[in-house]
Structures are given as structure tokens and as C-alpha cells.
Design a binder for this molecule. Structure first.
Ligand code: OXD
Ligand code: MN
Length: 615
């Protein structure tokens, strides 16, 4: 297809305007077909950017440059008209100034390359909750990943017709080619100071320049489905959240749907695909990263997964931690920055077995494999943020209704983070506003492993609702939006809200692997079962100063290792001293950041918590 086949005058005009600015050699409109995918992948293989994997059908390995391996939060901007609208937790540049800078960078930036027009849909095509976008990019890698992560092609242009609404998403790797020059098999991108991941919320516009990696470049994901969608959701009265969606079935065959917000690298994908240890229970997956939720006519909150694939972190994914993710990535998968084995497979740290012979590491160097399945920090064979891009439909535990255009009704919302102390295994909020309070204080403790600054160790890095890097507007207003939606809703029909913590530690207890007081992974099903029963009004909780907590004996411990049965009382009781410190930290260090935008309801919850702890 060419530009002239586009029947939507606004899309056509925008594409023409970008062509003038970026000056690509060619323009190609994506149809979303398998033939198109195969052709572009062949182009990447022929140019040396991708390596076919003999051991995994139709799967390929890409290696990026060491300077382009992850999202770049310090180069990510919410360029609303005022800085106040972006809030205290986003980087802000005046939109006129940012556009002028980026127009300079974009001018001629696609010389020597093809510009691809990717019509894509977030959510099932045609669903009333779904939204359409058009990404313009000069990266074949982006087109290939978008094919897996979103619904791409002619069908989207058909739905858009001549005047449908779309979010314009402009992307360039920022590496024009001179006459006759090629990439020579080297991942194209710009230097860090020229990378810009920019959002113009009032215009619902995304401009990304200089990075080819993940969330910086696959603009449907964090940029559209979270940063821009959160603004649209605020204006239209729904929720765009950094949440997994899972389906939980009890031994009697009753079903409940649960969403969960956890900061990056807290095991969201693992929880979404969990294989329960307790007999008769089943977890199926609707989504592993993003949930769009709207109230249905029946007053319940319904969620869809706007994505069509998983962009999962590879290191740490093993048969033990997430067998279903491994099976999802057995074929038709793109691997990025994983290590390559001699027999044409991928390998990464903590895959569950040591590699043999020689490995090509993520930087392209051939080295002898180590006898262990882990490597010293800094010498990893796979980059710690190496990824697999796999079609969701390949997941063995994908729920049959995962593409239901109406979404699924949500019974419970979970919040969690890595908290080695204070926060118990599970507690339930007293009501919706108290749940919003719990979401607002989510965070992870800084450990010696995550900082070189010893004075920071033990402090909490707050990531409210796990959406801090992904909210397109002022986080104080975001809290108010949650409170307002709850106030308008039928209280009995609202999801119940829980705070879970799989990461309590006792480093002195030698029986505990890694010092963790709870085994996590599949055993988290024991907590999910308790939550399920709570949603049915079971008499399985006690009222405590911090909320409802499991009654003694109400968490199923059949088959749980004895040393975890011994730690269970400690992680299911209230650490009063710890919580008083928490209150102080929230009051002095966290809430003041939001100034006058902080809703008074949250301060009331904080005061109430302190009062209960002291009574
Ligand atoms: C992700 C993230 O990549 O949250 O999903 O960082
Ligand atoms: Mn995420």
C-alpha cells in the first residue's frame, strides 16, 4: 500500500507532513500480513541485524547497542502546556520549545531509510474500549514488534474510515544514512543526549526520537496505552493502568477476575501466568502489563488488555518461575539482547540450567559458558533487561475470553512492591478511598543491590499505583481521579482493594532461600485464594489498624514447606513500629511532593491509620 491508498484525509495529510520533515527514501503503509512480517524480518536477517534461531521456529535474536538497552526515564517528557499539569514527578519542557528542538532533529532524519506507516489498534479491533493509533517509524524492528504487540494493518484503517480518531505516534531511530551507507548490522540509534521520548497530552500526540528499544520505540505500549491513555481516561471517566489482568477459578468452578499493579521487575508477568500449588485452583491470563478499565451498564468495572503480546524480561524466566512464559516464547518470537548458544537457541541468566560450550553474549562477544546459571554482575551473557516479544495467543494459560470486546468484570485490585519489612503478606483496604491510599503509597525499599549510595539503603522509593513513570499528568490529580470514580460508583459493585507483599525478608534465617519469608511464585496462589474468598464475603479476616488481614488458619498451607509455616505468623501480623515509621515517611517525604494537588481524602486516610496504630 502507498500513501495514496489512505482514505482518511487527516492521516494522509499528517503522513505527508512528516515525509516532508523526515525525508525518507520510501514510504510503505503496513497491511499487517504474515507475508509483510516475513519480508521485513528477512531484510533484518540479510542486513545482519537479526539472527534466525535454529531451535525455535520462526524466531529471531536482535542485539542492540549498549547505549540503547532500556526505557530512558530521564529523557522522557510530558510536555503539557503548563508544568503544573505534568506535575512534580514528570520531566517537563515547554511544548513549543520541545517541538522546535525535535523538529531540528527530525529534519532529514530518515534519509536513506524507509518510513513505515503502521495503523494499529490497542484492544480488540472494533471494541468500544479500544483505541487506534498510527505509528510512523524508520525501524523495521519496531514494525516487527508492533505486529506482535498490537493489532496492525488494513483492518485498522478500515475501522478508522475517513474520519475516525487516532493517536499520531512519530518515531525515528535518529540515524540518517548517507548515500550508499548501511547500518552494517549495527543497531541504529542516537546518542543519549539526543534521545527524546515526548508526549503532548493536550494534542494526544507522541514524538519519539533516538532510541529503538522497547517502550521508547514501540509507541503503543507505555507512551500511548499508559501516558496518553491516562489523560484520555481522566477526561472520559475511565482508568488506564499499569496492571496485569488474571482470571482465577476456584475448585467449584467459580470465576473471578483480578487486576494487579506492581512496579517494574516485581514479577507481574509471573503472577499473570501463575501455576497454582493448591489443588483445584486455576489461573489464566488476560494481560500481563496494562489494563484499561471502564464501568459497564451493570455498574461493575470491566477491564481489557489493550496489547496483543508480551514484551517480557527474559533473565529470571525459568520453568520454575514462569513455565507458561517460556512456552509462549517457543516460536514466532523476537528475542532482544539475549545470549546465543552454539546450537542456535537463546540463553539468559537464571533460565534454570547452565549453558554449555560457547555463548555469544548480548554485546556480540563469544565467550565460554559458566558452569552456573548465573553470572557476576556486569558480566552477564544476556543483558539484565533482555526481552522476549511473544504473541499472547501462544500462552498456554491465555483465557479464552482474553479478547472479549466488552472486557472482563473485575472483583479485586492488587497493589504490591518489594518491601523487605513492615508490609504484611496481604491486607485488604477498608473501603475504596483507603484502597486508593494503599495504591498511593506503593513502593520498593532500596537495597544494596540497587544503589551504590549506602545512605539510601532501606529508604523507600515510592511508585504510586506502579504508574509513576507512565502517568501522563499530575499524579496528585491522578489520585483525585481514582477517588472521584469511586465516589460516583455503586459501592457494593466496586472491586475490593488489596495490598500484597511477596518480598518480606529475614536474612538471618538460614532456612529461607534468599532470606525471603514467603516462597512466592506458584505459592502466591494461596494468597489469591484468600482474596477470592474475601470477595465472596467469607469470614476469613480480622479487623486490624491497617485493614483486614487473614484470620489464623485462613491461608491454605497444605503442602507448604515447614519453614514457611513458621514464618507465616510474622508476615501476617501488624508491625506497629514499622507502620508508624511508614506514616511518618509518607507524611514528611512522600505526600508533600504533590502540594495542593494531593486530595484531602488521602490525608484523612493517613491520619486515620496513625490514630488506629496509636489506639
Ligand atoms: C515494562 C516496565 O517494561 O514496566 O513493562 O518497565
Ligand atoms: Mn510494565
Amino acid at each position: 500500500m502507498t500513501i495514496n491508498d489512505i482514505k482518511h484525509p487527516k492521516i494522509k495529510a499528517w503522513v505527508e507532513e512528516v515525509v516532508k520533515m523526515c525525508q525518507p527514501d520510501d514510504v510503505y503503509v503496513c497491511d499487517g500480513s504474515q507475508a509483510e512480517y516475513d519480508r521485513l524480518m528477512k531484510k533484518c536477517v540479510d542486513s545482519g541485524l537479526a539472527t534466525p534461531l535454529a531451535k525455535k521456529p520462526n524466531s529471531f535474536l536482535f542485539r542492540s547497542l549498549p547505549s540503547d538497552v532500556a526505557r530512558v526515564e530521564n529523557r522522557t517528557f510530558i510536555s503539557s502546556k503548563t508544568q503544573d499539569a505534568a506535575g512534580p514527578t514528570n520531566n517537563w519542557i515547554n511544548p513549543d520549545e520541545l517541538k522546535a528542538t525535535m523538529t531540528g532533529l527530525y529534519t532529514g532524519c530518515m534519509k536513506g531509510r524507509t518510513m513505515y506507516v503502521i495503523p494499529f489498534c490497542m484492544g480488540p479491533v472494533g471494541s468500544s474500549i479500544s483505541k487506534n493509533g498510527i505509528e510512523l517509524t524508520d525501524s523495521e524492528y519496531v514494525v516487527l514488534n508492533m505486529h506482535i504487540m498490537t493489532r496492525v494493518g488494513t483492518k485498522v484503517l478500515d475501522v478508522l474510515g475517513t474520519d475516525g480518531t487516532f493517536v499520531p505516534c512519530l518515531h525515528s531511530v535518529g540515524k540518517p544514512l548517507a548515500e550508499g551507507e548501511t547500518d552494517g548490522g549495527i543497531w541504529p540509534c542516537a546518542d543519549i543526549e539526543n534521545k527524546y521520548i515526548s508526549h503532548f497530552p493536550e494534542e494526544r500526540l507522541i514524538w519519539s526520537y533516538g532510541s529503538g528499544y522497547g517502550g521508547n520505540a514501540l509507541l503503543g505500549k507505555k507512551c500511548f496505552a499508559l501516558r496518553i491513555a491516562s489523560v484520555i481516561a481522566r477526561d472520559e471517566g475511565w482508568l488506564a493502568e499499569h496492571m496485569l489482568i488474571l482470571k482465577l477459578t476456584n475448585p467449584q468452578g467459580e470465576v473471578k477476575y483480578i487486576t494487579g499493579a506492581f512496579p517494574s521487575a516485581c514479577g507481574k508477568t509471573n503472577l499473570a501466568m501463575l501455576i497454582p500449588t493448591i489443588p483445584g485452583w486455576k489461573v489464566e491470563t488476560i494481560g500481563d502489563d496494562i489494563a484499561w478499565m471502564k464501568f459497564g451498564k451493570d455498574g461493575r468495572l470491566y477491564a481489557i488488555n489493550p496489547e496483543a503480546g508480551f514484551f517480557g524480561v527474559a533473565p529470571g524466566t525459568s520453568a520454575e518461575s514462569n513455565k507458561n512464559a517460556l512456552i509462549s516464547a517457543e516460536k514466532n518470537t523476537i528475542f532482544t539482547n539475549c545470549a546465543l548458544t552454539e546450537d542456535g537457541d537463546v540463553w539468559w541468566e537464571q533460565i534454570g540450567y547452565p549453558a554449555k560450550g560457547k555463548l555469544v553474549d548480548w554485546k556480540g562477544n563469544t565467550r565460554d559458558a559458566l558452569p552456573k546459571d548465573t553470572s557476576p554482575k556486569g558480566e552477564e551473557f544476556a543483558h539484565p533487561n533482555a526481552r522476549f516479544t511473544a504473541p499472547a495467543a501462544q500462552c498456554p494459560c491465555i483465557a479464552p475470553e482474553w479478547e472479549n470486546p466488552e472486557g472482563v468484570p473485575i472483583s479485586a485490585i492488587l497493589f504490591g512492591g518489594r518491601r523487605p519489612s513492615t508490609v504484611p503478606l496481604v491486607h485488604q483496604s477498608r473501603n475504596w478511598n483507603h484502597g486508593v491510599f494503599l495504591g498511593s503509597i506503593v513502593g520498593s525499599e532500596i537495597t544494596a543491590a540497587s544503589t551504590i549510595d549506602a545512605s539510601q539503603v532501606g529508604k523507600i522509593r515510592r511508585d504510586p499505583f506502579a504508574i509513576l513513570p507512565f502517568c501522563g499528568y499530575n499524579m496528585g490529580d491522578y489520585f483525585s481521579h481514582w477517588i472521584k470514580l469511586g465516589a460516583k460508583a455503586d459501592q457494593d459493585k466496586l472491586p475490593k482493594i488489596f495490598y500484597v507483599n511477596w518480598f518480606r525478608k529475614d536474612d538471618d534465617n538460614k532456612n529461607l532461600p534468599g532470606g525471603f519469608m514467603w516462597p512466592g511464585y506458584s505459592d502466591n496462589s494461596r494468597v489469591l485464594a484468600w482474596i477470592f474468598d474475601r470477595c465472596n464475603g467469607a469470614d476469613n479476616a480480622i479487623d486490624t489498624p491497617i485493614g483486614f488481614m487473614p484470620k489464623e488458619g485462613s491461608i491454605n498451607t497444605d503442602g507448604l514447606a515447614d519453614h514457611y509455616k513458621k514464618t507465616l505468623p510474622a508476615i501476617t501480623s501488624v508491625d506497629k513500629e514499622g507502620w508508624l515509621k511508614e506514616v511518618k515517611d509518607v507524611r514528611e517525604n512522600h505526600y508533600p511532593k504533590f502540594g495542593s494537588h494531593l486530595p484531602k481524602e488521602l490525608v484523612e486516610c493517613l491520619d486515620d491509620l496513625e490514630k488506629r496504630l496509636n489506639s
